[in-house]
Design a protein around this ligand. Structure first.
Ligand code: DAH
Length: 340
């Protein structure tokens, strides 16, 4: 047993000297002093010895135990320090290293255009309002006088969620919401996203933006419509801009028109941007149809109004000379950065 003790002591010393991490030392502790450890085994087996033997061996075994414990404590201490040092080393910050540059983003040309359009209408006393992109079929079509057989309702043109709900195909349903929520005088504009089942090409995108406008008050006439939209065109495209209103048809306005602006590229002489005509179509507009006003419970004897809607991408493309709408959605930073 004496030899066994010596062996245990030697092995513990050797292994603790070689220990590289706390786990190595812990293994030694378990092997020697654990419940089923070698030294523990010896201490347990001492019951079978004579009292003298027990006294002597007991002393030696306890001494060995004390030595191993002392070695363990020392090793644990050293290894902990070593681990701490390694951790500090790994976490060391090199303050001389150059910083990582994070590129600043820029505003998207569609955002810039919406902000420019908004600024003009705000300056004319319009208030910003918004409606949801997921809209009822009723607000998007029926309430806007586009009856059950209107071609725009076709499922091939519209993203339907179900029979009663769709992705709005225009911002015009915001007119319906506004007429129901507010009493005249009303003077709002509503920018927002719209959706149509269009295959993407240079001038079409299934997702695009419009800005809607609505004015309702006593005595509003076509002259107000022309005055406001002509002023908008001059502020948006330059003081020298002229406007032209062509008769058109929309279900929710009567009479309806489209507004052209004189080409801001060539000034009206004819160029690539205006396709040689000198004019560029910018928006649809008209006097709000009485049946739309009635949906909002507005007294059509007392009040009249006008409305307009324009495509934001179209305005942005014309203003910035972008020839493919898809460029606006690819989010290539080299493209987007040009419009700061
Ligand atoms: N919502 C129409 C469209 O998407 C645009 C429009 C035309 C809006 C005339 C109007 C309007 O408010 O009066 O083509």
């Amino acid at each position: 047993m004496k030899e066994a003790l010596q062996q245990i002591l030697d092995e513990a010393r050797k292994r603790l000297q070689e220990a590289e991490c706390i786990q190595d030392a812990e293994d030694v502790r378990v092997k020697m002093l654990g419940k089923k450890g070698q030294l523990t085994g010896i201490l347990k087996s001492m019951g079978s010895l004579t009292p003298e033997e027990r006294k002597e061996l007991g002393m030696q075994a306890n001494k060995a135990k004390g030595e191993i414990e002392a070695m363990l404590n020392k090793t644990f201490e050293q290894l902990k320090e070593k681990a701490q040092e390694a951790k500090f080393k790994a976490e060391k910050i090199d303050v001389t290293e150059p910083g990582k540059a994070h590129k600043l983003g820029t505003k998207h040309p569609v955002t810039i255009t919406i902000e420019e359009i908004s600024k003009v209408f705000k300056s004319m006393g319009f208030t910003l309002t918004e409606g949801p992109e997921v809209e009822t079929v009723y607000n998007n079509f029926d309430a806007l006088n586009a009856g059950p057989n209107h071609p725009a309702r076709d499922w091939t043109d519209t993203f339907y969620i179900n029979d009663d709900v769709l992705l709005r195909t225009q911002t015009s349903p915001v007119q319906v919401r506004t007429l129901k929520a507010q009493k005249p005088p009303i003077r709002v504009f509503a920018p927002g996203r719209c959706f149509r089942c269009d295959t993407p090409d240079a001038t079409h995108s299934p997702m695009f933006h419009q800005v809607e406008g609505l004015v309702v008050d006593e005595g509003i006439t076509m002259a107000d419509l022309k005055g406001v939209l002509d002023s908008f065109a001059k502020q948006m495209f330059g003081e020298e801009t002229r406007t032209k209103f062509r008769p058109h048809h929309f279900p929710f306005t009567e009479p309806s028109a489209e507004m052209d602006v004189s080409c801001f590229k060539c000034g009206g002489k004819g160029c690539r941007v205006c396709k040689g005509s000198g004019w560029i179509e910018i928006l649809g507009c008209g006097m709000v149809h009485p049946s739309v006003l009635k949906v909002g419970g507005i007294d059509t004897e007392k009040y009249t109004g006008f409305a307009f809607g324009m495509g934001v991408e179209r305005v942005a493309m014309l203003k910035y000379g972008i020839d493919d709408i898809r460029l606006l959605y690819e989010n290539d930073m080299r493209f987007i950065e040009q419009f700061k």
